[in-house]
Ligand binder design. Structure first.
Ligand SMILES: C[S@@+](CC[C@H](N)C(=O)[O-])C[C@H]1O[C@@H](n2cnc3c(N)ncnc32)[C@H](O)[C@@H]1O
Length: 408
């Protein structure tokens, strides 16, 4: 149990959270204003705040914040010691908002592996023989239990250097799913390591790394990362292209693109250019691309383990609006593909409205495109051009990826 100072800091952060200032932002601002806090203290405070939002529905709203925080930590300790101590039905009712169950599909498919309590040992959803992309009832329980766990920390080594980086950072585990991905299990502040400052790795979730691998850009190609944000996937694409060719990295927020440029400088990646694009039909360029990635804004249900406050700050209206935005973004970029060019759509969410429904509506409106099999492991998937990555299978964020190719 953390000390009183940690509970006091966490209580102040809770008080600063509003609809416009979510927990992750509130934490960032608080730490900027309290620079004397050392990395271990910051980790403990962040952990306490996130645990609070995972267990919020179990807490007495009338109790003082420090008491509620301490209660949440007790529940978390009990759950960590024995994840089955809390029934899946209870988790389904209290750990997530009720509207989620109208948006997630769990069909009765027996799947012995998905009952494991060691998520990192379980292959991708859809890789088990006879198991479709929809999760089974036991997967529903596994999904909920995964949401209540502390999230794993994934990093992406520069191509071909994962083994050497793992040796130099210690406390790293590799995965067969992505050659450059490492799960970091240590406690040091990665941002302060020499390996980070010299650009030897990026902090990037495993599911996001699978998006880059699904794009499979080739050196010398021309790509458009249409929702580039701070460049997590742009940098991965640039690395996969061995710094050769060109990536147009666009976003509506100039500050995010500034961060992208800083990160690219650290990684010594130069095969990109940035431009502002607000997602409208007025495109930033007339260029025709070998590949386009639309890593669209979404409700982020796939990140609810890492960012549990979002469970309580996201509404069905958000899901509806974001689904419409995603479809509009896809429609606007589709004409910019060369014949044979690939379009990859990814969202770190799992709602039906934002995943399969958008992909279906888009496909129906674009007969000039055909489904394109994703070059990542999903052999049992009913549709090789679509994959749902579940957090409990990856021990990482959830993600939906679909791909199409422009007919020649
Ligand atoms: C999921 S984030 C992208 C994350 C980024 N690809 C990465 O890997 O770090 C979605 C991005 O889409 C941008 N965005 C939101 N609405 C948009 C719109 N209507 N048009 C274009 N970009 C938009 C946001 O600014 C945000 O940076």
């Amino acid at each position: 149990m953390p000390d009183q100072a940690t509970l006091n800091h966490a209580a102040q952060i809770l008080a600063s959270i509003t609809a416009d200032q979510r927990a992750d932002l509130a934490l960032r601002f608080y730490f900027e204003a309290h620079r004397y806090l050392q990395p271990p203290a910051k980790r403990e405070i962040s952990h306490t705040v996130f645990v609070y939002f995972r267990w919020r529905s179990w807490l007495d709203p009338k109790a003082p914040p420090q008491k509620r925080l301490a209660h949440a930590l007790t529940l978390h300790e009990r759950f960590t010691a024995d994840p089955k101590a809390i029934k899946a039905e209870t988790l389904a009712a209290l750990a997530v908002p009720a509207w989620l169950w109208t948006e997630l599909e769990f069909t009765p498919v027996p799947s012995p592996e998905s009952r494991s309590d060691s998520p990192s040992e379980v292959p991708l959803s859809g890789t088990k023989e006879g198991s479709p992309q929809k999760a089974s009832p036991s997967a529903k329980a596994d999904f909920l239990r995964q949401l209540q766990r502390d999230p794993a920390l994934w990093i992406r080594a520069r191509p071909g250097t994962a083994a050497a980086l793992a040796k130099s950072l210690f406390a790293c585990e590799r995965t067969a799913l992505a050659p450059d991905a490492l799960r970091f299990t240590g406690t040091q502040d990665l941002f302060r390591t020499e390996q980070f400052t010299s650009g030897q790795f990026e902090i990037q979730d495993l599911a996001s790394q699978l998006v880059g691998l699904a794009c499979a850009p080739q050196p010398g190609e021309t790509w458009w990362d249409a929702c580039a944000g701070e460049g997590g996937k742009t940098l991965h694409l640039a690395d996969l292209m061995a710094n050769k060719g060109l990536i147009w990295a666009t976003d509506r927020h100039p500050k995010r693109l500034d961060t992208l440029k800083r990160r690219a400088g650290r990684a010594k990646l130069f095969n990109y250019r940035t431009a502002l694009w607000d997602g409208s039909a007025k495109l930033p360029t007339k260029t025709k691309f070998d590949g386009i990635l639309v890593d669209a804004p979404c409700s982020g249900v796939g990140t609810w383990q890492r960012n549990p406050h979002a469970r309580w700050a996201t509404s069905p209206d958000d899901v509806r609006e974001l689904a419409a935005t995603q479809l509009a973004l896809l429609n606007h970029v589709a004409g910019s593909l060369k014949p044979g060019g690939r379009l990859v759509y990814s969202v770190c969410t799992l709602t039906r409205s934002e995943t399969t429904a958008v992909a279906d509506a888009f496909a129906a409106a674009h007969p000039e495109l055909e489904p394109h099999a994703l070059p990542i492991a999903a052999p049992g998937a009913p549709d090789p051009a679509r994959v749902t990555l579940w957090p409990q299978d990856l021990n990482a964020n959830g993600m939906f990826i679909a791909a199409w190719k422009r007919k020649k």
